[in-house]
Design a protein around this ligand. Structure first.
Ligand code: 5MM
Length: 339
C-alpha cells in the first residue's frame, strides 16, 4: 500500500474523523464577529490552538484541515501548528483552493480557483508538514442551476487539483458541495448530487487519479433549508447511501461528509444513522467545520481565556461524532456535557 493510500485510511479510521478548521480569513472574521471577538491573526490562532490542544483530538480527530495562515503560525510554546496536531496523533492537512469566484459564462454560479502555481504551493505545504489537501467546489440548486458548465468546469478543476496533490505525495480530499439553500425536496438533492459526483469521477479517471489515495467530502442528501418537507434521519441515511453507492467507485476508501448548515446534533445523528445501515465497504465519517466548532466558539467568545470549558465542549462534540462513525451514538449521551 502506498503512503497516500495509508494516510487516506488513517485519517478516517473507525472512530475518527476530520476537523475542518480551514476557514479563510473572511469566513473566520464572520465567525469571530458572531461572538463579538475581533478577528486578528492572534485571536484566530488562539481559538484554533485551544481546539488543537484539547484531549478530544487524541481519540476522535484523525486529521485537521488548516488554512494558509494557520499552517505557518506557531503556538504559545513555540511549536508549529502541524507539530501540535501531530503530537495528538492526528494528521495535518491544508486547504489549497483560493476560493469560489464568479463563473464567467454563468455569472450567478461559482468556479473554484487556485490552480495557478499550485505545484509550487503544494511543495511548500508538504515541507510545512501537510500530508493531505482539500479543494471545495460549490453548486446551488434552483430551477436552472447547477448548469452543465458549472458541473463540468468544477469537476475539471477538482481533477487537476487532485492530480497535482498526488504528484506532491499528498492525499487529495475532493469536496463537491451541493448547497442546502433553497426549497427543493430531498429527491432533487439526490438527483443533482448524483450528476455532480458522476462528472467528478469521470474527470478523476481522465486525470489518472489513484482513487485509493483520495477521500470524498460530499454533502449528505437533504431537502433544502426552506423546504416544507423535512426528512427523518433514516430517510436521509438511506438516500445518502444509495447516492454514494451509485456514483462513487469502490476503490475510494472513505467518505467524510461535510455538515453544510445542519445543527451539531443533526449532523451527528445523521452520520450515526448512516453507519447503522451502511452496507458498503466505504468508511463513513465526518469532516465538519461548523458542526464541530459552533458551541465551542460560542463559549470561547464569552471569555477567550476560558480554555478549559471551551475544550470540554469541543471534546464532547468530537466524542459524539467519533461515536457516530461506529453507530454508537445516541441522544441520551448529549446530556452529559458540562461547560
Ligand atoms: C470550514 O469552512 C471551510 C472553508 O470555508 P471558506 O473557504 O468559505 O472560508 C469549508 O470548506 C468547510 O471545510 C466545508 O464547507 C465543511 O464545513 P461545514 O461547516 O459545512 O461542515
Amino acid at each position: 500500500m502506498s503512503e497516500i493510500e495509508k494516510i487516506a485510511k488513517q485519517i478516517i479510521a473507525k472512530g475518527r474523523g476530520i476537523l475542518a478548521a480551514d476557514e479563510s480569513t473572511g469566513t473566520m472574521t464572520k465567525r469571530l464577529s458572531s461572538v463579538n471577538v475581533e478577528s486578528t491573526a492572534e485571536n484566530r490562532l488562539k481559538f484554533r490552538e485551544t481546539l488543537f490542544s484539547s484531549e478530544g483530538m487524541k481519540n476522535y480527530i484523525g486529521g485537521v484541515i488548516l488554512y494558509d495562515e494557520t499552517i505557518k503560525q506557531k503556538t504559545s510554546s513555540g511549536k508549529t501548528i502541524p507539530e501540535l496536531i501531530e503530537n495528538s496523533g492526528s494528521v495535518p492537512g491544508i486547504k489549497v483552493d483560493t476560493g469560489a469566484k464568479k463563473l464567467a459564462g454563468s455569472s450567478e454560479e461559482k468556479i473554484t480557483e487556485g490552480l495557478d502555481r499550485l505545484r509550487e504551493r503544494l511543495t511548500e505545504y508538504y515541507k510545512l508538514g501537510a500530508r493531505f489537501t482539500k479543494w471545495r467546489a460549490v453548486y446551488n440548486i434552483s430551477d436552472k442551476f447547477p448548469s452543465e458548465l458549472s458541473i463540468k468546469s468544477n469537476a475539471h478543476a477538482l481533477a487537476r487539483y487532485a492530480a497535482l496533490a498526488q504528484e506532491a505525495k499528498m492525499v487529495p480530499i475532493v469536496e463537491p458541495e451541493v448547497l442546502m439553500d433553497g426549497d427543493h425536496d430531498i429527491n432533487k438533492c439526490y438527483e443533482i448530487t448524483s450528476k455532480v459526483l458522476k462528472e467528478c469521477y469521470k474527470e478523476l479517471a481522465l486525470h489518472k487519479i489513484n482513487l485509493k489515495g483520495t477521500l470524498l467530502k460530499p454533502n449528505m442528501i437533504l431537502s433544502g433549508d426552506k423546504s416544507k418537507n423535512k426528512s427523518n434521519s433514516l430517510e436521509i441515511a438511506k438516500i445518502t447511501i444509495k447516492c454514494i453507492k451509485e456514483n462513487v467507485p469502490s476503490e475510494v476508501p472513505g467518505i467524510a461528509f461535510l455538515s453544510g448548515g445542519q445543527t451539531e446534533v443533526e449532523a451527528t445523528q445523521n452520520l450515526n444513522e448512516i453507519n447503522k445501515i451502511n452496507d458498503t465497504n466505504f468508511l463513513m465519517s465526518f469532516s465538519y467545520g461548523r458542526a464541530l466548532q459552533q458551541s465551542a466558539l460560542k463559549n470561547w467568545g464569552k471569555n477567550i481565556n476560558d480554555t478549559n470549558n471551551t475544550q470540554k465542549i469541543f471534546n464532547h462534540r468530537s466524542k459524539m461524532n467519533g461515536l457516530s462513525t461506529t453507530a454508537k451514538w445516541n441522544i441520551k449521551l448529549e446530556n452529559h456535557v458540562s461547560a
